[in-house]
Design a protein around this ligand. Sequence first.
Ligand SMILES: [Zn+2]
Length: 163
Amino acid sequence: MTPSPLPYRIGFGEDAHRLAAGRPLILGGVPLPHAERGAVAHSDGDAVLHAVADALLSGLSLGDIGQHYPDTAAENAGLDSRVILTRCLDLVREGGYAPANVALVVTLDRPKLGPLRAEIAGSVAALLGLAETEVGLSFKTSEGLAPDHVQVRVTVLLAWVGG
Ligand SMILES: [Zn+2]
């Protein structure tokens, strides 16, 4: 007998990328216009969307985006992370769940992200089918401990919607 689905499932995701000159910095689908350095990555290096996608997959025990989108695969080179996120969200919906709210912690020393808070929250909300009030964004610096990295941690609550 199949156990009845949990009313809620929690997902957790984490991602980090090294920063280097000559690369774009994109966070949550939003290109940062004044970033001096961007993410070194096989895809577009959007650490926010990678962490959210991993959180979605983990919530339904579906593995991680490294399994679904190996960075050794040529077709994933330069891949728009919004595509990755949308496909992971489809898997969640096929499993009968939908995001209820999401909480993100972004650790980046420079540039300061505060001025882009509404834009990043709005972009993540739109991609997940949530209201902006259901996206919690915390911006931290590493206090100089990791000035060459961007790191993102995400928890997402998935609610059973049937299916
Ligand atoms: Zn990544």
